[in-house]
Design a protein around this ligand. Sequence first.
Ligand SMILES: [Zn+2]
Ligand SMILES: [Zn+2]
Length: 423
Amino acid sequence: MTKVVYNTLKLSEYRPLFHNLRVLIVGAGAVGTHLMEKFAKMGLSPDAIDFDFFTLENAAKHGCLVRTPDDAGRNKAECTSDRVQPLLDDGCSSNGIDGDLCKLGPEAFSDYDYVVAAVDNFDAKVLLNELIRRLPEKRRPNIIMDGTHDEMAQSVILDNTEFCIRCLIDESWMKDSSIRTSCTGPQIRQTGGVNEIVRTSNLASSMAAHLSAEQLRASVVGDDGVMNCRLTYTAYPHLELSSSRPMRKRNCPGCAIHPPAQIEWLHGSVMEVTLKDAMEQISAFLGTTDFEISVHRLNYRKVVHAGFIVDDVCRSCGKTIHVMRHEGRVFPHDLLCEECAGAGKQPRPASEFTHCDPLHAFSYDCEEPVRSMTLYDLGYPLGAHIEVIQRNGALDFLDTGKIKRTVFAFDEDHLRMHEVRKL
Ligand SMILES: [Zn+2]
Ligand SMILES: [Zn+2]
């Protein structure tokens, strides 16, 4: 590929300050495509994550980084990252991940200086806030959150010292965002955003991206008074650009989230390390094999998915099937036996069946097929904080004096964000 070699004499003098900075754009849609272009041209290393794909009907909203009609049908993150490659400065990189936030843990964000939330989905913002708040402060990136409404554009930059993302979200907006499709057995997660039409324009989206890029630029250059501010652009007839300082929300559930007091490091990445390997590393650290590893706890759309399904029943004929997946990654069609799936049968509601209990923890002597799976396939996200419990003879969780919890993370997970293509 032909790469651009820039004439540095014609670029801003402060440009070298951007060279070692990594940025993650969550959502490569209307605003995200404009951000990718700006960040690449500013000399940053921008990565993007998005599970969605470009459509022709939305072409009027995207930046010109996306080619029409050629790029219709391509994954948004993969496509924008591909399109910025020739524009990247020497030594900079960009990776596009086809995936969603539910597959990321706190440590996935620790290699970034800035994370931009360019998503119009409250549940995703709430989850992102939780993940960032769980990251110890010294590894926590600055957050930029932007958005548009009609012709208006807004962007907020925060370092989590004065307020969090959730402080900026009106809790009444959260009411309809929860979707609970079953009350027994696996909770089925719905993909996709909120099903409401948000009218906006390319002008507003590119302005939102511009405001975010300006906040990033000014904070890197070291201007005072940039951090923890919200910029609001209002179009005609009340044309205005204003800056304000949002306040911490009282009793904010987001601000109540804190990182673990201590994190111990395991070697490798959840993508390759098997449960068996992890157990060995943990037992070497703890000096015992008497512990269990909690199944990943995913709290999304107000539903907690914390079980690993070994066996369940076919949602059409009721026959026992081998599932071997985390609750949060199971969809109704995954729960059909081969015959029913082959015959095109539709899954019936979970409440019509009696289910097998999922696992909530993996013990040292759990069955071999489970032990040989990678932690990622067992449901742990990339960058997971993994909780290990030593009961020390305690009979239940009320016996807290005996129970010891240790949180582990993998030392290579954060680097995989610049390589992994699909999550
Ligand atoms: Zn808050
Ligand atoms: Zn069946």
